[in-house]
Design a protein around this ligand. Structure first.
Ligand code: FAD
Length: 554
C-alpha cells in the first residue's frame, strides 16, 4: 500500500491533550536538569509542563533494551558522581519512588599490558595499598593530597556547584580567606598534566589519575580549570550506579512533577519559544500545538535555545555573538555495549579488579594516553583504542532478565568527525578495535551479542548534544563559571524576560550533577516570590557563611 495518507490519524487524535493549554511554566527537555527544575517548581505550587522531544523522558538518563529484549543498558549516563551532594535527591525524597544508588568500594581500576593493575577505592587506605605496589612515595603523597582535596570538595567545590556563579575576581578574594581556599587557588592555574605529574612519580599512577581527571572533557594540557581536578579525582572514587538503571532517576523526578499537579509530555518537540514585546508568552510544538506560559525554561544547548527556538532576530548583538562562538566538545564517546556469557575476568595481579565499577584499558603511561587523545582531537583513532569498561550487571543483576547473561560496555573517547569515511562507514571496524582491546585485558571475554553507539548516534538520539557534546559544550576557561553559557545567562536568567536556561550548557555544567536545574529552580522561585519549601543543605550554608558573606570588619 503506497498511499499512507488514509492511515494517518486525525489531527485531533490526542484527545486528552488540547491544541493549546495554559501553564505557569513550560520546561523544554525532560533530561535530568529539566525534570529537577520542574519537580521543585511544581512542589512550590507552579503549574508546570515538561516537554520532551523523544518518545521517552530522561535525556542522558536513559536505560533501554538496545541489545536485545530483556537486556537493559544505559546508553548515556551510568556513573553518578554527585549523589553525595545533589540537593534534589534529599529535598524531593526520591527514595520514596524506589530510587536507590549503589556505591561500590572498588571504583576505578587501571589494567596494564604487563598484567599489573591499580585500583582506586572509596576507602582511601585500599587505594593507598594499591598505589604502594608501584611507589611507596606516590602512596604517601596520595594520602596527603587527598586529605586536602577532600576538604576542597566538601567545603568549596561541591557547595559552589549548587549556587549561582560568582565573578572570578570575587571568587579569588573569597578563596584567599582560608587555607583550603588557598590550596584550591594553587591548583587552579595549573594544567591536569602539570598537577598530576608534579605530584606523582610512577607512570601508571600518573596515567590513571590523568584519565580520571580528563575523561569528562578537561583538556589535559590547558591551564585555568585546575580547580576541577580535586573534584574529578575525588569523585572517580565515589561514583554511584542507579539501581534498575539510570532511567529510574528520571522516572522518580517525573513522578514528583505529576504528583504535584504538573504534566510531562513525551513526543512533544518544541520548535519555537513564543515572544510578545520581548517577553516570553509560551512555546509552540512541532505539530502546531501551543502552550501559553509566562515562564519558559530551556535545558537545551545554546544554539537550540537561542538560535533555533528564540530566533537570532530577538537577541542583542552580544548574546547572538556569544552563542555563535560557543564551542562544542573536543571529543565524544563511542560505546560498544555487549551481552556477555559470563562476568569479565581481567588477567591481572589483583582479583579485586574484577569487582571494579569502571576499568580503564589500553594505556600504560601518560604518553600513550595523551597521544591517543591528541589523535582523537584530529579525527583519528589509529589501530589501537583504549577506554573504560563497566559490567552493569555486576552490581545490578536486574538489568539482565536472561539467566547467565551479563550486560556490559566498553566506551572510548572518539572524534565526531572520524577520518577515513565517517561513522556510518566505519562503525563495524571501530567495534572490532574496541573488542580487540577488551580481549587484550579480558582474554576469555565471552561476547554473545553487541551493539555499538557512535557519536553520530548520540546526536541522532539527542540532537541537543551537538557534535556528540555530552555536556552540551566544551569545558574550557571561556565556557565555565560566569561564562557558561555566557556572562548574561550563567545565573540561568536571560536577557529575554521570562526565559531561563537550566541545562548542561549553563553553569556549573554537564553530567548528572543537577546543578543547572537546581539553580534555575531557585532563580525562578526568587523572581516569582514563591515560597521555597526546601532549605539550604548544611554544607552549602557553611560555604555561604565562610566565603559568600562579607567578612566582619575588625
Ligand atoms: C554516551 C554518553 C555517556 C555519558 N555518561 C555519563 C556518565 O556516566 N555520567 C554522567 O554524569 N554523565 C554522563 N553523560 C552526560 C550526561 O548524560 C549529560 O551531561 C546530561 O544528561 C545533561 O543533562 P541535561 O538535562 O542538561 O540535558 P539532556 O540529558 O541532554 O536532556 C535534554 C532533553 O531535551 C530533549 N530535547 C531536545 N530537543 C528538544 C526540543 N526541541 N523539544 C523538547 N525536548 C527536546 C532531549 O531529547 C533530552 O531528553 C553521558 C552522555 C553520553 C552521551
Amino acid at each position: 500500500m503506497s498511499n499512507l495518507d488514509e492511515y494517518r490519524p486525525p489531527e485531533t487524535y490526542i484527545t486528552e491533550w488540547p491544541d493549546s493549554a495554559t501553564y505557569d511554566a513550560a520546561i523544554i527537555g525532560a533530561g535530568p536538569n529539566g525534570l529537577i527544575t520542574a519537580a521543585y517548581l511544581a512542589r512550590a505550587g507552579l503549574k508546570v509542563c515538561v516537554l520532551e522531544r523523544r518518545y521517552e523522558i530522561g535525556g542522558g538518563l536513559a536505560t533501554e533494551e538496545i541489545l536485545f529484549p530483556g537486556h537493559y543498558s544505559n546508553p548515556h549516563a551510568i556513573y553518578h558522581m554527585m549523589v553525595d551532594y545533589m540537593p534534589p535527591l534529599k529535598d524531593l525524597g526520591l527514595d520514596k519512588h524506589g530510587l536507590m544508588f549503589i556505591q561500590p568500594n572498588a571504583q576505578t581500576a587501571g589494567v596494564f599490558s604487563d598484567g599489573t593493575s591499580l585500583l582506586l577505592c572509596r576507602m582511601l587506605e585500599d587505594t593507598k595499598d594499591s598505589i604502594a605496589k608501584f611507589s611507596e612515595k606516590d602512596s604517601a603523597t596520595f594520602g596527603r593530597v587527598m586529605r586536602t582535596w577532600r576538604r576542597i570538595v566538601e567545603e568549596l567545590v561541591a557547595p559552589a556547584t549548587y549556587l549561582p556563579p560568582v565573578a572570578p575576581i570575587d571568587l579569588i578574594e573569597a578563596m584567599e580567606r582560608t587555607e583550603t581556599g588557598q590550596a584550591l587557588l594553587d591548583v587552579t592555574e595549573q594544567s591536569p598534566v602539570e598537577v598530576i605529574t608534579d605530584l606523582f612519580e610512577h607512570p601508571k599512577v600518573q596515567m590513571l589519575l590523568l584519565y580520571a581527571t580528563c575523561m569528562w572533557g578537561l583538556d589535559p594540557e590547558e591551564t585555568g580549570l585546575g580547580f576541577m581536578i580535586p573534584l574529578l579525582v575525588d569523585r572517580t572514587m565515589n561514583k554511584a550506579m542507579c539501581y534498575g538503571g539510570s532511567h529510574r532517576l528520571a522516572a522518580a523526578l517525573a513522578r514528583e512533577v505529576v504528583q504535584n499537579g504538573g504534566s510531562v509530555l513525551d513526543t512533544a518537540e518544541v520548535t519555537k519559544v513564543r515572544l510578545a514585546d520581548g517577553h516570553v508568552v509560551g512555546i509552540e510544538m512541532e505539530d502546531g500545538r501551543t502552550i501559553d506560559a509566562g515562564v519558559v525554561l530551556s535545558s537545551l544547548d545554546p544554539h537550540s535555545t537561542f538560535l533555533d527556538l528564540v530566533g537570532e532576530e530577538h537577541l542583542d548583538t552580544n548574546l547572538a555573538q556569544s552563542v555563535r562562538n560557543w564551542e562544542w566538545e573536543k571529543w565524544s564517546f563511542c560505546t560498544t555495549h555487549a551481552v556477555l556469557g559470563s562476568k569479565p575476568h581481567y588477567a591481572v595481579d589483583d582479583p579485586w579488579v574484577d569487582e571494579a565499577f569502571m576499568t580503564v584499558v589500553g594505556f600504560d603511561d601518560p604518553d600513550s594516553l595523551l597521544s591517543y587523545w591528541s589523535g582523537v582531537r584530529s579525527g583519528h583513532l589509529g589501530d589501537r583504542v583504549g577506554g573504560h569498561a563497566t559490567c552493569e550487571t555486576l552490581y545490578d543483576p536486574t538489568l539482565s532478565k536472561v539467566p547467565g547473561h551479563e550486560v556490559a560496555f566498553l566506551q572510548i573517547h572518539a572524534p565526531f568527525d572520524l577520518d577515513g569515511g565517517g561513522w556510518d562507514a566505519r562503525s563495524a571496524e571501530v567495534e572490532g578495535l574496541i573488542l580487540e582491546q577488551w580481549r587484550r585485558a579480558v582474554p576469555d571475554l565471552d561476547v554473545v551479542m553487541t551493539h555499538t553507539e557512535t557519536p553520530l548516534d548520540i546526536v541522532r538520539r539527542l540532537p541537543n548534544m551537538r557534535r556528540g557534546s555530552i555536556k552540551h559544550g566544551d569545558y574550557n576557561p571561556l565556557q565555565m563559571g560566569t561564562f557558561r553559557p555566557n556572562e548574561e545567562c550563567s545565573s540561568s536568567r536571560t536577557p529575554i524576560e521570562g526565559l531561563y536556561v537550566c541545562g548542561a550548557s549553563t553553569y556549573p555544567g554537564g553530567l548528572i550533577i543537577g546543578g543547572p536545574g537546581y539553580i534555575a529552580a531557585n532563580a525562578v522561585a526568587d523572581d516569582m516570590g514563591l515560597d521555597k519549601w526546601w532549605s539550604t543543605p548544611d554544607y552549602i550554608a557553611r560555604y555561604q557563611a565562610a566565603y559568600m558573606e562579607e567578612p566582619a570588619s575588625a
